[in-house]
Design a protein around this ligand. Structure first.
Ligand code: NI
Length: 158
């Protein structure tokens, strides 16, 4: 495993649409392990593959520190309600802004064994799922920010 370099705002790779993963390979397994290690090292709650320079539809999320989720080719199949709160991103270090997201989302994705599963989330997990999936289509939370970017004290960076 290795900690990978996190790409930051301004780098073109963060604006691209990612490709679906069609088969699990040793290389992708290593990428997923590296993404988890990189996320934990940066104290993030989520990380998407383009943030480490790889244009594949893979995200990792862990909002509690001991509950890692690996989502391959994820899509949101259900959402409801609304929550408004501060959001940050490991690719935009030290900043935060207010963003409105669904209060509840259900995603369908493949796990590291390419088996389909569902992940339901509310609160921070719902926010993280939406934030990370946006990365896979080249979108950053600042596009949805309500008001200016602020300096973050200790936000949950995604
Ligand atoms: Ni992010």
């Amino acid at each position: 495993m290795a900690i990978r370099n996190i790409r930051e705002l301004g780098e073109e790779v963060l604006t691209k649409k990612c490709r679906e993963v069609t088969e699990m390979t040793p290389r992708i397994k290593e990428l997923i392990q590296d993404m988890l290690e990189t996320m934990y090292d940066a104290n993030g709650v989520g990380l998407a593959a383009p943030q480490v320079g790889v244009l594949k539809r893979i995200v990792v999320i862990d909002t509690t520190g001991d509950d890692p989720h690996i989502l391959i080719n994820p899509r949101i199949v259900e959402s409801s309600g609304e929550q408004t709160g501060q959001e940050g991103c490991l690719s935009i270090p030290g900043k935060t802004a207010q963003v409105t997201r669904p209060a509840y989302v259900k995603a369908v994705a493949l796990d590291a064994d390419m088996r389909e599963f569902e992940l339901e989330g509310t609160e921070l997990l719902a926010r993280a799922i939406c934030h990370e999936l946006d990365h896979l289509d080249g979108h950053l939370y600042i596009e949805k920010a309500e008001g200016p970017l602020q300096d973050a004290a200790a936000a949950d960076d995604e």
